[in-house]
Design a binder for this molecule. Structure first.
Ligand code: ADP
Length: 549
């Protein structure tokens, strides 16, 4: 069905009132709005405010005649192309030529035949309507195109910002890792007390900076959609048992009561990303501890709903702290937002925590909600769906060899055991130095390869007990070098440990399928390095790189 069309306007100009009325009556039958003027000047005045589909102009008028009026009408920008029909009783060729030269589109003779007048005017009404429609559609198209272009530009700018942020924070992490590693080494060299104090200060500040960089990297990855969550089988209760003691301790230090209420029906193994879930809870607990000076913090874990395949788990963190006003509750999930600069100065923080939490929870397919009353406390509730890891095959999805060192991270065994010949493929000087010192301190022999190709050559020439392999190296990267080493008779069984800048699951999977046995993520920790190397060597037969299949 056609939408009802807007009425258009027709102007009739004639000095004789009776003729004007008659013309108006005939034209009104077309269902349009008909305006009339008794003289040329009156018509021109109307043109200042109105647009007409067609103008009917009497030629013989006292004062300003029809031709003069037409000439002035044409000068008006709004009426440059408005069709003009002259009405006359005495047409001749010279007369018609003058009319056409002034922009007339037609002549109508008096006495007017109503049907002829209506037919001619109707044509111009239709034309006017069509051109208006075309104009409107063109304008709409321009608006749509502009909106689309603006949206694309905003998306591009946002992606570029996130990518820039990801690259910058990634690049900043490398020197930061070197600072932390070197400070660690300096601290193990029994520095004088004053020097130890300086070094401890460097270390703790570097750790804060590294945390900020990690947060920025996380947020940039989450925002640019490059974040990949793990899906491994894990015990929720085990994860909580790692998280709760530290929160308990921090609460005690502040004189707060820490209460946990974990429903027994959450004891199953689930499929998901335990590290990231823990990061979410840790962040909310840290905030609760930060913004509460007296009273209690309560962590409640319950099953909201369940099916045969998955459970919807609810984690609620309630505090009796300073609370958050309604207006601030809407702001604090945005990056770099903190409620009050004075409390922030007292408590530190970057204002990135909740932004990351919100993105992480969304990436897990969950939701976060907040209810809070100023001066009385807040409750952050996270609801996430987690699939049950019930089948054996699902249980097998847990990475076994890979990441084992991470979980057991900390210190090297007391005795280094045998002296090992370790090949280190790493192109960064500082990291070479950190690894060399960490291992020579334990009595091991270290050989350095500057790139993957050198590492392959060295393996074909001498025997190594363990290989540490950086992933990003010039000439031949760690993945290619591992594949080449595994193809050598001397390299078939030697444990290879990847040194990686990220602990992401896709990197871990790539290391595993490239034939590596384990990985250590940077910043390199000297104790963890020694532990990983010695554990990899000691690992019983059949549980070296053969485990990764
Ligand atoms: P950060 O804690 O690093 O400043 P967050 O994004 O984690 O950044 O938090 C943003 C702000 O939200 C905090 O600075 C604080 O003002 C407010 N906030 C968060 N959690 C709480 C809480 N439990 N009680 C009161 N205020 C909170």
């Amino acid at each position: 069905m056609m939408a009802e069309l807007e009425k258009v306007k027709i102007l009739v100009v004639d000095d004789k009132p009776d003729k004007l009325l008659a013309l108006q009556a005939v034209l009104e039958e077309l269902g349009q709005t008909v305006l009339s003027a008794h003289s040329g000047p009156e018509a021109l005045r109307l043109l200042l405010t109105e647009s007409f589909a067609v103008i009917l102009l009497d030629v013989n008028m006292p004062g300003m005649d029809g031709f003069e009026t037409a000439a002035l009408i044409r000068q008006h920008p709004r009426c440059e192309h408005t069709p003009i029909i002259f009405i006359t009783a005495f047409p001749d060729d010279a007369f018609a030529a003058r009319g056409y030269s002034l922009g007339a589109v037609d002549f109508i003779l008096t006495p007017v035949v109503p049907e002829i007048l209506q037919t001619k005017v109707a044509v111009f009404v239709d034309l006017y309507r069509m051109s208006r429609q075309v104009e409107q559609q063109a304008a709409q198209r321009v608006t749509l195109a502009q909106e689309h272009a603006a949206r694309l530009a905003a998306e591009r700018a946002n992606r570029a910002k996130s990518e820039f942020l990801a690259n910058v924070s990634h690049e900043l992490r490398t020197p930061m890792n070197a600072i932390i590693g070197m400070t660690d080494l300096a601290l193990t060299d029994s520095p004088a007390p004053a020097m130890r104090e300086y070094l401890e200060a460097v270390k703790s500040n570097a750790a804060v900076l590294l945390e900020l960089l990690n947060e920025l990297l996380d947020l940039a990855k989450l925002e640019s959609g490059k974040f990949v969550l793990e899906r491994t089988s894990f015990s929720l209760h085990e994860m909580l048992s790692e998280l709760i003691p530290s929160a308990h301790y921090r609460a005690e230090q502040k004189g707060l009561t820490f209460v946990t209420a974990v429903s027994p029906d959450t004891s199953a193994r689930f499929l998901g990303d335990p590290l990231r879930l823990r990061q979410v809870l840790d962040n909310l607990l840290s905030n609760a501890l930060k913004f509460t000076d007296q009273g209690s913090i309560t962590l409640t874990v319950t099953v909201d709903s369940t099916t045969a395949q998955e459970a919807s788990l609810r984690f609620a963190i309630r505090d009796t702290g300073i609370g958050i006003s309604q207006a601030d509750q809407e702001r604090i999930f945005a990056p770099f937002t903190q409620v009050d600069a004075s409390t922030t100065r007292r408590h530190g923080g970057t204002g990135l925590g909740l932004a990351i939490v919100k993105e992480l929870v969304a990436a897990m397919g969950g939701q976060i909600s907040l209810s809070s009353t100023p001066q009385s406390g807040s409750e952050f509730a996270v609801v996430v769906p987690l699939a049950y890891a019930i089948t054996r095959s699902a249980q097998k999805a847990v990475p076994t060899g890979m990441g084992a060192t991470q979980a057991a991270a900390g210190s090297a065994p007391d005795s280094p055991g045998a002296q090992l010949h370790v090949l280190v493929a790493e192109d960064t000087r500082t990291n070479q130095e950190i690894v060399r010192r960490a291992l020579t301190r334990r009595g091991h022999k270290v050989e350095i390869a500057e790139d993957g190709r050198q590492a392959v050559n060295l393996v074909s020439q001498s025997h190594f007990d363990v290989i540490l392999m950086d992933l990003q190296m010039p000439i031949m990267d760690g993945f290619q070098a591992t594949a080449a080493i595994r193809a050598l008779p001397a390299g078939k069984d030697v444990p290879i440990i990847a040194l990686t800048a990220h602990a992401l699951s896709e990197d871990r999977d790539r290391c595993k399928s490239a034939g590596m046995d384990d990985f250590i993520s940077k910043p390199l920790d000297i104790h963890q390095l020694a532990a990983a190397v010695e554990t990899a060597y000691r690992r019983p037969e059949g549980c070296g790189h053969a485990c990764h299949s």
